[in-house]
Design a protein around this ligand. Structure first.
Ligand code: SF4
Length: 168
């Protein structure tokens, strides 16, 4: 897998101290993107899922997938599955909207392994640096389990729900 970087013990990509894995490649090309270098799917360095899991298991911390857009990464399903099976809380950032995700079986398969998804393109006109865990107001932080169970979007509530509802 092409990996841009791994940050261990970060607090900006979701609640708690997390292991954030940034996967290379993004086709959204949002105007004002903070990191256009992440768009190249051949960027970063090559790492196997086993190597990534070694880092994740070493830290024993909740995990965040970011990028780039991790949902556009060819190896993300296997990585998400391994993280989920390892019992880690899993957040995923993506430029795809929830509606796009749920209408695409391949995207949905990955997201079903996640606890929380931060979705939507970055929209420069809606940029707000005071927002927690997201860059622009259009982006939603979605608690995946209750949203899939009810069909109605449940936004992540950091007050009552520390890391998002866990899948069993
Ligand atoms: S989805 Fe994220 S990484 Fe991709 S272009 Fe938009 S802001 Fe940049």
């Amino acid at each position: 897998m092409r990996v841009l970087k791994i940050i261990e013990g970060t607090s900006v990509d979701g609640p708690g101290l997390r292991t954030s894995v940034y996967l290379a490649g993004c086709r959204h090309h949002c105007p004002g993107c903070h990191n256009p270098q992440s768009w190249d799917p051949q960027g970063g360095t090559e790492m196997s899922v086993d190597e990534l899991m070694q880092v994740i298991n070493y830290n024993e911390a909740p995990v965040t997938l970011s990028g780039g857009d991790p949902l556009q990464h060819p190896g993300v399903l296997e990585l998400a599955r391994r993280v989920h099976e390892g019992g880690y809380n899993l957040w995923c950032y993506t430029g795809h909207t929830w509606e796009e995700i749920t209408s695409d079986p391949h995207l949905l398969e990955v997201v079903q392994l996640c606890d929380v998804v931060v979705e939507g393109r970055f929209v420069l006109a809606q940029r707000d640096t005071s927002l927690r865990f997201r860059g622009s107001k259009n982006q939603r932080i979605i608690d995946v389990r209750p949203t899939l169970a009810t069909g109605d979007i449940t936004l992540f509530d950091g007050q009552n729900n520390e890391i998002g509802t866990r899948f069993a």
